[in-house]
Design a binder for this molecule. Structure first.
Ligand SMILES: [Zn+2]
Length: 235
């Protein structure tokens, strides 16, 4: 994280660091310590840090995090991506926490993948869960992270309430053909996988919602695929 913050401080004024570290960032103390290390490594860079929502995260936990100035929490379905083991299997596990996030204005960042679905269908399979949470908490600020499909773009654009999406550069630059169309190119692997077969993530859909305020940039670790070895991607 410190080298990542240092490397990007010249290009970006502010980052939101994700909490799927080992161990995960769960408490305010852990989140703030992580933020301090990143800020020390990159003076001048504003570092925002999300906490990880766990099956046991309570309303009181969220209120303590919000009081400490932590602006966002991230939802990882159990086993969906890097370091997500022990994650959520049902959003109702954290109903109280989500209610407190809505109440305190804490942003819910969602890793939208259903790990039980076939790999190319995982994002679309998770969208009903995203919509359920959206309906249950109308005032909750929700971000669907690293959208990679037309269905995800449509879901965000057509959602009521404060809803946004992030888009990774990886998903704008590459398609499934780039990954496996000729020789396998493992350095292009990214979780979520590039979609098929045209340019992503439903680029046409992004264009269909101009001037859409709902999509903003996201830089995943996939910008530096060698940092943690082959297979590391956006998280
Ligand atoms: Zn993610």
């Amino acid at each position: 994280m410190t080298s990542y913050a240092r490397a990007h401080a010249s290009s970006f004024g502010r980052i939101l660091a994700m909490p799927n570290t080992t161990p995960p960032l769960v408490t305010a103390r852990e989140v703030l310590e992580y933020r301090r290390r990143a800020e020390d490594a990159a003076p001048g860079l504003e570092v925002l840090t999300a906490f990880r929502l766990m099956p046991g995260t309570t309303e009181a936990d969220v209120r303590a995090l919000a009081a400490a100035g932590v602006p966002a929490g991230k939802y990882y379905p159990d086993g969906a991506t890097t370091n997500s083991a022990g994650g959520l299997t049902d959003w109702r596990q954290i109903e109280g926490a989500l209610s407190a996030m809505e109440d305190t204005g804490t942003v819910l960042c969602v890793h939208g993948e259903d790990p039980s679905a076939p790999v190319l269908d995982r994002e679309e399979a998770f969208l009903p869960v995203f919509r359920e949470i959206r309906r249950a908490f109308p005032g909750l600020k929700m971000v669907l992270e690293h959208v990679s499909s037309a269905a995800a773009v449509r879901t965000v654009a057509e959602s009521d309430g404060p809803t946004a999406a992030t888009v990774t550069v990886q998903h704008l630059l590459f398609t499934l053909d780039d990954l496996i169309g000729g020789l396998l190119n493992p350095h292009l692997r990214c979780q979520l996988l590039e979609s098929l077969p045209v340019r992503t993530p439903g680029q046409q859909e992004l264009n269909d919602y101009p001037p859409c305020p709902l999509h903003f940039f996201r830089a995943g670790e996939n910008l530096n695929p060698f940092q943690n070895g082959i297979g590391t991607g956006s998280r």
